[in-house]
Structure formats: structure tokens, C-alpha cells
Ligand binder design. Sequence first.
Ligand SMILES: *[C@@H]1O[C@H](CO)[C@@H](O)[C@H](O)[C@H]1NC(C)=O
Ligand SMILES: *[C@@H]1O[C@H](CO)[C@@H](O)[C@H](O)[C@H]1NC(C)=O
Ligand SMILES: *[C@@H]1O[C@H](CO)[C@@H](O)[C@H](O)[C@H]1NC(C)=O
Length: 394
Amino acid sequence: MYLAPDASFQGEMARGWRYRVEAAVLSLAGLIGLVFLLHRDDAPSSRGSREAKEPFASASPLTMEAPRPTAAECRENSTVANLTGFAELPGHIQDFLRYKHCRDFPLLLDVPEKCGDPQSSHLVFLLLAIKSSPGNYERREVIRKTWGQERTVAGVHIRRVFLSGVVANAREARKLNHLLAMEAAEHRDILQWGFQDSFFNLTLKQSLFHAWLDARCPSVRFVLNGDDDVFAHTDNMVHYLLGVPGAGDRHLFVGHLISHVGPIREKWSKYYVPELVTASKSYPPYCGGGGLLMSGFTSRAIYQASLDLELFPIDDVYLGMCLQKAGLAPAAHGGIRMVGVRVPSSTLDSFDPCYYKELLLVHRFVPYEMLLMWRAVHQRGLVCGKKLEVYQSP
Ligand SMILES: *[C@@H]1O[C@H](CO)[C@@H](O)[C@H](O)[C@H]1NC(C)=O
Ligand SMILES: *[C@@H]1O[C@H](CO)[C@@H](O)[C@H](O)[C@H]1NC(C)=O
Ligand SMILES: *[C@@H]1O[C@H](CO)[C@@H](O)[C@H](O)[C@H]1NC(C)=O
């Protein structure tokens, strides 16, 4: 049966069609866009800095000034593939050898005002420089609330920065770069560079941090360099550092001292360093990288030494190498514990803040433990019996 549509109905029909066509075109466009985005996420990007740089457009407007123009992309050294034994090495070591000459990466998130202007950076007494991978959000949050608070202790100023790179997986990188940009906007405490955040790139992170420090905080007095899974008793640190002669203008490099060790040649180890990376059988003395204290003087000496010292994949050993080159020695501080101490967290009864009260830094804390310990060591009227002597002079 044919129903003659009246004119207005035909008009409706036509509009309806137009809407439907428009909607279809729009959703098709949306779909293409989505496919395009997903495709870009999935695209097997070549390894290297390109992969790292791609997702940052959204992060850069948050930096205080335009990021440096992207340095001419550092190309992999393909000659290393011809070295005998290269093919048998684990992938991350191959990567290290291919890219170790690449040392200049753009700063994607900066905090130029962290130490005021460079001339007044001596007013920053202790800068907490904490290596943190993009995904470690909870650790950063709890550090901000506890020992890493930017505050004034005994009349001197503590400041904080987290040091970060970019995760390898492009899809994750897109999300985590947004996260870091949000944190940066809220807390102004993120330094992020456009290199792959991996264990064997921690030295690169360290060396880029020294370059940043040289530009932004050249006369900072002391630096706590550490990981985001340590508990640092920053009040104790300030009191200890206030007693160190020279107020940062003399050599100081203290932590958990490690000496008479050399490269681990077992392939299964996280710290495996093959002969192709170093033929040397020994490392210079160094301090465990989980947490160490250095003066501004020593930080500058390390920076100068690093400028013509090849990168070495283990970051704390590399600092030892820089010190050696500068003719300086690391020292032990009994208050900095890397192993063997943990919060007895299974029962709160055995949780003894007195023990931690005397320490400067303890390794391996999960976020909630940091919160508990921070509360405990600040308990008012906490009476502790024995006084530990924490500083062992070199
Ligand atoms: C270090 O970062 C660079 C730049 O992102 C990358 O090409 C290289 O593979 C990374 N090296 C390691 C050992 O992860
Ligand atoms: C590496 O070895 C291959 C084959 O043995 C050779 O063709 C190539 O030129 C070498 N590459 C370099 C950069 O030495
Ligand atoms: C590339 O690797 C080879 C072999 O290890 C080395 O001799 C050469 O100096 C490297 N080139 C660069 C630019 O680092």
C-alpha cells in the first residue's frame, strides 16, 4: 500500500535522512579517528628515543618554558653488533651497548623555579632527588605526604624532585605521561626526560640530573639521592648535615659503603655486567644507590667528572667511578641501611619507632609502612633509652 506523504512529512523525511547521513559520517569519522589512535598505539615503533618522544605533545605545554628543540636523534651504534659474543647477550645489555653514547635527551617536564633563581639556590639546604619510574604513583604520593614534604626544618629549607623517564610501551607511556603531567601541574616536583625509563638507564637519569642541577640549582647545599622505596628520616638528616663542616662547600658523599666488589658475571643476575661492558674485575668503592647524601661541592665534582666518563649501566657504581676520577672517596654512614632492617609490620606491637628514630635512611618500604613510620617517629613524647652512634667517620 502506497501512502502519499504530505509535503511536510517529506520534509521531515529528508531532514531525518540528512541527520542519519550526518550521524553516519560523524561516527565513521570517529571510528576512523579511533582506529587511527589505536593503530598509532599499536604501531611497532622502532626502539629508541623516537618511541619515547612521540607521546609528549600534551605534556610540554605544562613546562615553564618551551622544551629545548629535540636534539638530533641519537642513532644506535650498529657496529656493536659485530663484537664477538654480542648476539648471546641479554636484550637490555645489547640495548645499553647500542645506545650508551646517547646522553642528551629533552627535558619533557621541568621545574625551573625549584631552587629559586640560580643565584639564590644556596638557600636550598637539602634537595631530595628521588628516582621514580612513571608508574610508581603511590610511592610518590606517600613520599609527598611524609618524609619528602617540602618544608623548613631547624630553619633550613627542604625541596623535592622526582626523576623520571618514559616507559617503553607506547600505550602505557601515553597514559603515564598524562599522569606525570598532572602531578607536575599540581605539585611542581617532576623532572621527566625523553628516554626509556629502565634499570640500565638509571645512570643516564643520574647524569641528566647532574646537568639539570648545574643549570637550575648550582649552589644547593646538600642532595639526598635515592630511590622511591626508601624511608628517609629527613629531620635527622638535616640535623646531621647542619653539623657537617663547610655547609656543602666541602666534599661529602656518605651512605651504605660498598668496597672490594666487582662485576657480577652470572647471566641470570639483575646486575650482570659482561666483559663487553667492562673488562675490569673490580669496582671502585661506592655507596648503595638506594639512598646517599652528597654535598653541593661533590655533586659539582661528579658532574665535571661525568662529562668525559663513558656511561656505565649500574648507577651507583658509576657515581663511584666519577668520585674516583675526581680524586674523592665515598664514606660510610651507619645511619643509612640498605639491607637487614625492616619495619616489623606483621604486628604493630613490635613496631619500635625508637630504632628508626636514630636512623637516617632505610631501604625497602612499601607506601603504607612509610606512613606508619613517619607518624611513629614524630610521636610526641616518644622516650627512647639508648642513643645510637650513627656516624662512622671515614
Ligand atoms: C635507554 O634509553 C634510550 C632512549 O630512550 C633507549 O634507546 C635505550 O634502549 C635505553 N637503554 C636501555 C638499556 O634500556
Ligand atoms: C659488521 O659485519 C658485517 C659482516 O661481518 C660487515 O658487512 C659490516 O660491514 C660490519 N659492520 C661494521 C659497521 O663494521
Ligand atoms: C660504536 O661501537 C664500537 C664498538 O664497540 C666503538 O668502537 C665505537 O667507538 C662506537 N661508536 C660510538 C659513536 O660510540
